[in-house]
Write a protein that binds this ligand. Structure first.
Ligand code: EPZ
Length: 421
C-alpha cells in the first residue's frame, strides 16, 4: 500500500501547469477504437486510469506507441469486441469503450464497470440509449452482450439525467449510425466538448456539444488525426484549493477559467483574490476564509468532483458552511477522516449534506483515502494541519492526479510518497 506523508503548516506558493484532463482523456482514447486510421493524442496524463484504458485497447488488438504524453494508436487490426471483466471492473470509464466498440463493430460485450465507490453508479441510461439506437441487449452471467440486428439507426434519445458517461457513450456509438441522432438533456461538461472537437477533427459530425441538445449525423468513415486534449480542470481546482487552505498564492497556467467559473465564484466568496487571463488563473488566499454554502449540480454548476476538496478548505473557514451533494449518494466518506483530524462536521444523511463549523485547527493524523477526490481532500487537509499527516491508500489518488506530490513539492509542500507494507 502507498501513503502520502505530509508535514503540515506550509504555504502553497508559486506557478504550476496542470496536466491533461483524466475525464477528457478516457473518452478520447475510446475514439481510437472507432477510427481504424492511426490517431495521435497529446497531453494524455500518465495516471493509473489512462494506463488501464490503454492496456484494454492493447488486449483488444490495438497497436499503441507511448512517448510520455503523446500516444499513437492504430486499431486497424483490432479483432476482439469483448472487454475483459477483470479490467472492466477497475474503473468506471471503461463503459465508454463499449459504446466505441458497438459503434464500430455493431456489437460489443462487456460487464458492469467499476470505479470509485461514491454511489451505486448504474449504467441503465447507457443501455437504454444503446437499445434506442437499435441494439439488442442480453445479459448472460457477468457479461452484457449488445448487438445491432442489422445497422445502428439514428434516434432521438432523451436522458432522464444529464449523465456525462451516457452522453459520451451515445456520441461514440452513433458516429457511424444511419441517419441522425439527437441527445436531449445531454450533459454539458467541457470534457464532452473536447470529445466532440476531437471526433469532428477526425471527420465526424457532432453538433451542439456543451449544450443540452447534441446532434450527431452519421458518417461513413473517419480519417487519420492528431489531437491535443484539454487541461484537467478538476486538478486545477484542486491546486487552487491547496493554496486557499494554506494561506498561499498560486498561478495555474494553461487552464481555461471558463471551465471553473462556479468554483472561482465560490473561492472569491470565501475571500480569495482571483485574477484570470484566457489561459491562467491566479489565486491569493486571505488570512481568514469565510464560510460558504455549496450545492453540487451538473455543469456549469459546482462540480461534484471538487466537493470533497472544497470541504477540506471549509474546515478552516470562519463560520458554518453547508455542503449539499446532489450527484452521488456516497461522497462524504472523507469527512469522517477530517473529523479524526479535529474538524467539526455534522452529517445530514437525509439531505445528503454535511455542516462544517470552521476554524478548528486540524492536527496531523493517520487517515485513509476511500476514493479519488476524497483522498485528495485529505492531502489538502494534511498541508494545513499541524504536525504529520499520513494519507493511506494513496493508490486511489494516483488514479487521477499526475505527479501530485512533485507539483505540491515544487509549490512548497513537505510531502513524499511511501510504500507501507
Ligand atoms: C463522470 O462520471 C466523471 N468520470 C466523474 O468523475 C464525475 O463525477 C461525473 O461524471 C459527474 O460529473 C469520468 O468522466 C471518467 P454520470 P459518470 O453518469 O459518467 C447516475 C472523478 O472523480 N447515473 O454523470 O459515471 C449516477 O449514478 C469522477 O474524476 C445513473 O443513474 O457520471 C450518478 O448519480 C468521479 N444511470 C449521476 O447519474 C446511468 O446510466 C451522474 O453520473 C448513469 C449515471
Amino acid at each position: 500500500m502507498l501513503s502520502y506523508v505530509i508535514e503540515g503548516n506550509n504555504k502553497i506558493e508559486g506557478e504550476i501547469k496542470a496536466s491533461g484532463s483524466k475525464n477528457a482523456a478516457l473518452p478520447i482514447i475510446a475514439t481510437a477504437i472507432l477510427n481504424p486510421e492511426p490517431v495521435t493524442f497529446y497531453n494524455i496524463p500518465n495516471i493509473e486510469d489512462t494506463r488501464i484504458t490503454l492496456k484494454i485497447l492493447k488486449l483488444l488488438g490495438c497497436k499503441i506507441e507511448i512517448d510520455s504524453g503523446k500516444i499513437t494508436i492504430s486499431s486497424k487490426e483490432m479483432t476482439s469486441k469483448t472487454i475483459p471483466k477483470d479490467l472492466m471492473h477497475k474503473l468506471r470509464s471503461t463503459v465508454v469503450l463499449a459504446g466505441a466498440i458497438l459503434g464500430r463493430f455493431k456489437e460489443a460485450t462487456f460487464s458492469y464497470p467499476g470505479g470509485c465507490n461514491i454511489g451505486k453508479r448504474p449504467i441503465d441510461l447507457h443501455l437504454k440509449a444503446f437499445k434506442d439506437l437499435g441494439a439488442q441487449i442480453e445479459e448472460k452471467g457477468d457479461y452484457i452482450h449488445c448487438r445491432a440486428k442489422k445497422e445502428l439507426q439514428g434516434a432521438k434519445i432523451k436522458l432522464d439525467f444529464p449523465s456525462v458517461g451516457a452522453t459520451e457513450n451515445i456520441i461514440l456509438a452513433s458516429i457511424y449510425c444511419k441517419g441522425v441522432t439527437h441527445i436531449l438533456n445531454a450533459a454539458k461538461e467541457p470534457e464532452i466538448q473536447d470529445l466532440a472537437k476531437c471526433l469532428n477533427k477526425m471527420g465526424a459530425r457532432v453538433y451542439g456539444a456543451g449544450t443540452s441538445r447534441i446532434t450527431i449525423c452519421g458518417v461513413k468513415k473517419l480519417h487519420k488525426t492528431d489531437y491535443k486534449i484539454m487541461t484537467d480542470r478538476i486538478e486545477a481546482g484542486t491546486l487552487l484549493c491547496a493554496a486557499a487552505i494554506t494561506n498561499g498564492k498560486i498561478k495555474i497556467e494553461n487552464t481555461n477559467p471558463e471551465h471553473l467559473l462556479n468554483v472561482l465564484y465560490k473561492l472569491k466568496e470565501m475571500g480569495c483574490e482571483i485574477t484570470i487571463t484566457n489561459n491562467s488563473i491566479t489565486l491569493k488566499a486571505p488570512k481568514v476564509l469565510k464560510a460558504v454554502n455549496i450545492e453540487t449540480t451538473p455543469y456549469p454548476g459546482f462540480p461534484t468532483d471538487l466537493q470533497p476538496i472544497i470541504g477540506a478548505v471549509l474546515t478552516k473557514a470562519q463560520g458554518k458552511s453547508i455542503i449539499k451533494e446532489n450527484i452521488f449518494e456516497n461522497r462524504f466518506k472523507y469527512a469522517l477522516d477530517l473529523k479524526k483530524m479535529g474538524a467539526d462536521i455534522n452529517f445530514n444523511d437525509e439531505e445528503n449534506s454535511i455542516e462544517i463549523i470552521g476554524e478548528n485547527f486540524l492536527r496531523g493524523k493517520v487517515v485513509s483515502s476511500a476514493d479519488l477526490r476524497g483522498g485528495a481532500a485529505l492531502v489538502l487537509a494534511g498541508l494545513y494541519a499541524k504536525g504529520t499527516t499520513i494519507v493511506e491508500n494513496a493508490e486511489y489518488i494516483l488514479r487521477g492526479y499526475e505527479n501530485l506530490e512533485e507539483k505540491l513539492k515544487k509549490l512548497g509542500a513537505k510531502i513524499k510518497i511511501e510504500k507501507v507494507v
